[in-house]
Each structure stands twice: as C-alpha cells, then as structure tokens.
Design a binder for this molecule. Structure first.
Ligand code: DAH
Length: 335
C-alpha cells in the first residue's frame, strides 16, 4: 500500500508541466474528482487501523504535493509566453520595430538642398513672412503700379492710399530676403534663403496658395554669368544625378539682367516634358543700389527655386495638394 502511494507521489513529483495543455492533463489525472488522488483516499478505509496514521499522513503529503505542483505551474504559465502555442512565431527574430514618424518630404528635400549648398560654401539666412512693399517689390526693381505686382497674386495684410504708410504683404517670393541680407552685410555674400511664400491662387493639383522657395545670392567682385551657370549646373547634378537632362532659357525678372530660367526633363526619354524649377540671373544694378551695395564695385547672381517643384520631380508626385493634407498614407511613403 505504502509503496503504491509512494509511486503515485513520485509520478506527481516528476510530471512535466510546461504548457497549459499539460497543466490541464495533470489536473485531470491527479486532482479531479475521478483523479488518482481522490481514488487513493477511497482506499484508506481498507487499511488496517494500526497503519492508518502512517498511510493517511503519506496520502495527505501526496495530495498537498499535487496541489502545490498545480498552483506553481499555473503561476509560471500565466507569467510566461506559451512556447508551443506561439510555435508559428519565431522567437529568435528581433522584436518588431516601433512605429515612428518620418520627416515630411518637403523637409527632406529642403535638407538635401541645404546640404548641397553647404558643400558649395553657402550660409543660410532667413527673413520675415510678412513683408513690406519696399522689400517685396520696390527694392527688387518692380516699378510702382507695375502689373507684376498683381501678377504675383499678392495677399495684402495692409493696403493704404497714404504714401507714408507702407503696404504690408505676405511675401510672394523669398527674393526680399536678398535685400535684407545686402542691407546688413558687405560682400562677399554667399547665402541661401529658404522659406514659405504665399500667393492668392486658386487651389488645384498644380498650384496652392502657400509653397516654399529657396533663394540663392552670390555677390562679390567679378562674378559673371559663367559663375551662375556653373553653380546652377553643379547644384542640379548633385540634386538629381550627373545624367540629369536640363536646359537654360532666357527669361525676365525685374531684379535680374540678364535672366535665365532652368528646366528639367521629367519623364521617360520619349514620353516626358520640360518642367521649370527655377528663375535666375545677374543682380540688376538698381537692386544693389536699393540695398546699399556699390553696383560699380560688385556684381552677383541670384536665383529662386520652388521646393515643391524640386520634390515633385524627385519623387514623381503629381498633385501639389498632397504636401499639405497630412494623409499618413502619402507621408509613410517617405520613411
Ligand atoms: N522671385 C522669383 C519668383 O518667385 C524667382 C527668382 C527669379 C528669384 C530670378 C531670383 C532670380 O533670385 O534671380 O518667381
């Protein structure tokens, strides 16, 4: 009798319980109503009285052991991953990467541009988004009441008929930062001026009332059109790769003479089109004079480019509005 109980105790002590299925099997075999522990107690009645003390004690120990093993295994299982259950997961794999955001495609493009100009030795300058008429137009050689002022679809903040009160506008381009820079520096000047600009245009896939430009200005003695071309071409090759297809066209801006526009070929060899990405030119002497720079001593070039345009070309985006909608499905493509 005692040997049978010892064998049962041994079986309980050595039973492997590593999964919840094994735990349940253990419970059924030993602890349930029809389990081996209960059956063992049923035999106690047939044990001779003088042995009952010893047998009963061993039976109780056996029952306690079974309960203890059950409780212990249950707790362990509750606090650990069930390896067999998650057999389809490879537990040696690294944990899934945490979900993190990414820089907006315009920010990424702007950073690429800044890095290139940094390599070319340009510093970065910024100016206000609410500008006065003088910096946004007059100093840039826009004649008074020139239609160009309307062509730029200006958002006026303050418009006054009193000549002593300066009109205030949301800047229509980053070119006024050139003026502010020249007012406060002596050449040589080599700077880029990134920022937001505003135009009162109807919203469409091609235009938006807000966009970004990067202005560039280089002023020194003996700066020539050749320097302008060389710098422009270096920039676009660093931006788009050395096999980029481009063309320079004559253009017109009140603040440069001569003026050049740069187009980039977008699409395949056969099926593509020219897209203008920037306007540029040699700084008009009138602009130097308005900013306090000696136009007899210095020459310089300037250009202004659209960040959206450059980003659109780089990634093949076909709707400018997507930049401002904050649609995660769009933004996630630039991780
Ligand atoms: N400000 C012009 C625009 O917004 C772009 C531009 C053209 C800037 C020629 C320049 C320049 O500095 O030289 O359309």
């Amino acid at each position: 009798m005692l040997d049978q109980i010892r064998a049962l105790k041994q079986a309980i002590a050595t039973y492997t319980i590593t999964t919840s299925e094994e735990l349940e099997a253990f419970r059924l075999e030993f602890l349930s109503k029809k389990g081996r522990v209960q059956s063992m107690f049923k035999t106690l009645g047939s044990v001779p009285k003088e042995e009952r003390g010893e047998v009963g004690k061993l039976m109780n120990e056996t029952k306690q052991l079974a309960q203890h093993r059950f409780d212990e295994a249950k707790e362990v299982l509750e606090n650990t991953v069930d390896v067999k259950k998650s057999a389809t997961d490879d537990i040696t794999l690294p944990p899934p990467a945490p979900v993190i955001g990414s820089l907006h495609p315009l920010t990424q493009t702007l950073q690429d541009m800044k890095n290139i100009f940094y390599r070319l030795g340009f510093t970065i300058a910024e100016g206000p988004e609410v500008e006065d008429d003088f910096h946004n137009f007059t100093a840039l050689n826009f004649p008074p009441n020139h239609p160009a002022r309307d062509e730029q679809d200006t958002f006026f903040i303050r418009k006054s008929d009193d000549e002593d009160v300066m009109d205030l506008v949301l800047r229509t381009h980053t070119s006024p930062v050139q003026i502010r820079l020249m007012e406060n520096a002596t050449p040589p000047i080599r700077s880029i001026m990134p920022g937001r600009v505003y135009r009162n245009e109807a919203v469409s896939p091609k235009s938006y009332f807000l966009f970004h430009q990067v202005e560039a200005l280089y002023v020194d003695t003996n700066v020539s059109v050749a320097d302008l071309k060389e710098t422009l071409i270096t920039f676009i090759k660093l931006m788009y790769g050395s096999d980029v297809k481009y063309r320079l066209r004559p253009g017109f801006f009140p603040f440069t003479e001569p003026s050049l526009e740069l187009d980039i070929w977008w699409g395949s060899e056969k099926n593509g089109k020219w897209l203008e990405i920037l306007g540029s030119g040699m700084v008009d002497p009138n602009v130097f004079e308005a900013s306090g720079i000696d136009s007899k001593k210095y020459t310089g070039f300037a250009w202004g480019m659209g960040v959206e345009r450059i980003c659109i070309l780089k990634y093949g985006i076909d709707d400018i509005r997507t930049f401002y909608e904050n649609d995660i499905r769009f933004l996630e493509q630039f991780n």
